[in-house]
Design a protein around this ligand. Sequence first.
Ligand code: ATP
Length: 207
Amino acid sequence: MIGVFGGTFDPIHFGHLRSALEVNEVFGLSKLLLIPSAQPPHRAEPAASATERLQMLELAINHHPELCVDARELERDSPSYMVDTLRSLRHDYPQETLLLFIGADAFKQLMSWHQWPHLFDFAHIVVMTRPGVVLETLADFFKARHCQQLTELASTRAGKLYFQQVTPLDISATAIRQMITKQQNPGFLLPDTVLAYIRQHQLYQRH
Ligand code: ATP
């Protein structure tokens, strides 16, 4: 099974990285692809450029060969729709089970994603817990796809919904950016190498 972890990563932090490491182990993934969104369609333009966010990701996963950075969304000159990313991954890995990992906050917005039902044509979706985010009753579309057993996921290549607990780390990129803007130290919320890059490139200094 191949894992897909998309995000703005503006910047990458230990909430992303710890979750990535845990799901990699729990699901026994052959690889986990971290895919920075070049032009996130569902939110304001990121503060750091796509190239800067990609470079921070590469610094963050250095020495962790089980995690890979995949830059395919930077190669497209169009909004970074996850459905297009999954379609292209399915093309690259026709026989593999694909697991798309999203946080509970992202899951709550899923029905606003471009062609969202088609995400399930290409991958299973695994929703990771996130502190402060409570999920309400599932819509019928999701209930029909919800599976309780991890072992069920490997039997098909796509189409199911699964919920996975991860260590609750109440860290967000927004809070980190705000700390930097206020000249506070966000140390120990993200890797030192990423923080050094942010300082070197003077990112997030202004609102
Ligand atoms: P921002 O504060 O700018 O919205 P963020 O911290 O939510 O950023 P994203 O890059 O938007 O980070 O998140 C990418 C994915 O990682 C999303 O699916 C999100 O739900 C998930 N995620 C982010 N932070 C955590 C965390 N602390 N624990 C679990 N999942 C997380």
